[in-house]
Design a protein around this ligand. Structure first.
Ligand code: FVH
Length: 303
């Protein structure tokens, strides 16, 4: 099976979709003997040409290496595949890079333990397939730290940035969902702006430099807003919630006038309206955190 602490330890990749193929290719480039399996076998052809060994069954693939990486469409698929493994996980570490919820990650961890896996790491790959194996890619894991450390050299073949986020199996899934919230919101904002400008005959490409500046400016504000959330104090250093509300109402009005959907800005306006009603009209944007609920907010409100 080989020693997982070696820089080029043997690895197995189960699931050769867009991400799984990128993972296996990165392992091969880094010099790992890589065994792969996919339900649809022909998706492995390119990897086999690069030197991967294709296993006839998921069970054969799992027995081939001390680190078994799964990257499938969802946790139901992971559960189905684990169900075919028999005792093949015995003594091995299962690293699951499939996205899901914290509860799904915990359930898959229990399933892997019941199948004799030495350790289950729930992981998240924060990169698009083209960036896997580059310094800009990030892989985060949760689960037993010793297993994470044992396989750290292999993880370094996937991403320039790797981190262990704790032993609790639900943690990475929650981070992934939080990052997804940020990305979907930013992309939806871009689409709203592109539709608005598009209605006036402006090409989406012409909007890109302006959109990029907006996203970069917002990124720069995050540390300050995070501090305000932690301190539960929201002094307006730039724009007040009341001023934001006027702007977003203008956005609703103009979107609808141009035949563009107003749902997204109307939702933001409703957050701002409730924040103003709660006395935050003179505060900064982070005061809207109160509109998102959650235990942390409830506890802070009670203090
Ligand atoms: N692609 C990305 O950029 C993102 C980055 C962030 C994290 N995700 C997560 O990675 C998981 C896989 O995503 P993917 O992009 O590789 O997805 P697909 O290309 O659709 O490949 C899906 C693979 O799953 C196999 N599969 C599906 N159902 C089953 C099943 N019941 N039994 C066995 N395998 C199954 C599928 O096999 P096949 O259709 O080729 O036979 C593919 O190998 C995902 O959680 C993302 O959220 C990627």
């Amino acid at each position: 099976m080989g020693n997982p602490r070696e820089a080029h330890a043997d690895v197995t990749v189960i699931g050769l979709g867009l991400m799984g193929r990128a993972l296996a290719a990165a392992f091969l480039r880094a010099g790992h003997r890589t065994t792969v399996w996919n339900r649809t076998a022909d998706r492995a052809a390119g990897l086999v040409a690069q030197g991967a060994a294709f296993a006839p069954t998921a069970r054969d693939a799992a027995t081939a290496a001390p680190l078994v990486v799964v990257c499938l469409a969802d946790h139901d698929a992971v559960g189905q595949v684990i169900g075919t493994l028999g005792d093949a996980l015995d003594g091995r570490t299962l690293l699951d890079l499939t996205s899901g919820t914290p509860a799904q990650a915990r359930a898959t961890a229990a399933l892997a333990a019941a199948r004799g896996a030495a350790a289950y790491l729930d992981g998240g790959i924060m990169a698009v397939p083209a960036d896997v194996g580059t310094p800009g890619a990030r892989v985060v894991c949760c689960g037993p730290r010793a297993a994470y450390e044992r396989h750290a050299p292999a993880l370094a073949s996937l991403a320039g940035q790797t981190a262990h986020l704790g032993e609790e199996h639900g943690t990475v899934a929650l981070y992934e969902l939080a990052v997804t919230a940020v990305m979907w919101s930013a992309l939806s904002g871009f689409l709203q702006g592109a539709a608005l400008l598009g209605a006036a005959g402006v090409a989406a490409g012409a909007f890109v430099p302006f959109a990029r500046e907006g996203v970069e400016a917002v990124a720069g504000w995050l540390p300050g807003y995070a501090r305000q959330i932690e301190e539960n104090a929201f002094p307006a250093h730039d724009v007040t919630v009341g001023t934001h509300l006027t702007s977003v109402r203008n956005l609703v009005r103009e979107s609808e006038a141009l035949g563009v959907g107003g749902e997204l800005p109307r939702l933001i306006a409703s957050f701002a309206e409730r924040a103003v009603a709660a006395g935050h009209g003179g505060d900064g944007y982070a005061a809207l955190i109160g509109q998102f609920g959650g235990r942390a907010r409830t506890e802070q409100a009670a203090e």
